[in-house]
Design a protein. Structure first.
Length: 120
């Protein structure tokens, strides 16, 4: 099943997990959009630098530390995703609570592992 995913905290640096996530999502035929600090392109996905009002987002996968996430709280809520994946290092109880209050599922997991094990 295809799940349009926003990679939030995207990077064109091959050493970054967000870079690997974009590539793996594309390889798994998942539609991907990305927002990061610098404009770039990864696996044919353009990294936007603004909070673009994407539509039909199923999943937001986070690659931002909790302090950096704050400026994106309203943005994430405005997208009405079904779930938000908190990758290692992004755990944020404050955002968990906000998401739950808005009926958005949270998963504290690794997108790369989920894809590799068929749990995505």
């Amino acid at each position: 099943m295809k799940k349009k995913t926003l990679v939030l905290g995207a990077s064109a640096n091959p050493a970054r997990y967000s870079f690997m996530a974009i590539n793996r999502l594309v390889n798994h035929d998942q539609p991907v959009v990305a927002v990061g600090l610098k404009e770039a392109e990864v696996a044919g996905v353009k990294i936007q630098t603004k909070q673009v009002p994407f539509t039909n987002i199923d999943t937001v996968t986070l690659y931002l530390n909790p302090q950096r996430q704050r400026e994106y709280y309203n943005y994430i809520l405005s997208l009405s995703p079904k779930r938000v994946i908190f990758n290692p290092g992004t755990e944020n109880p404050e955002l968990y609570q906000l998401l739950r209050m808005n009926g958005i599922e949270i998963e504290v997991a690794c997108t790369l592992v989920m894809l590799a094990t068929g749990q995505y």
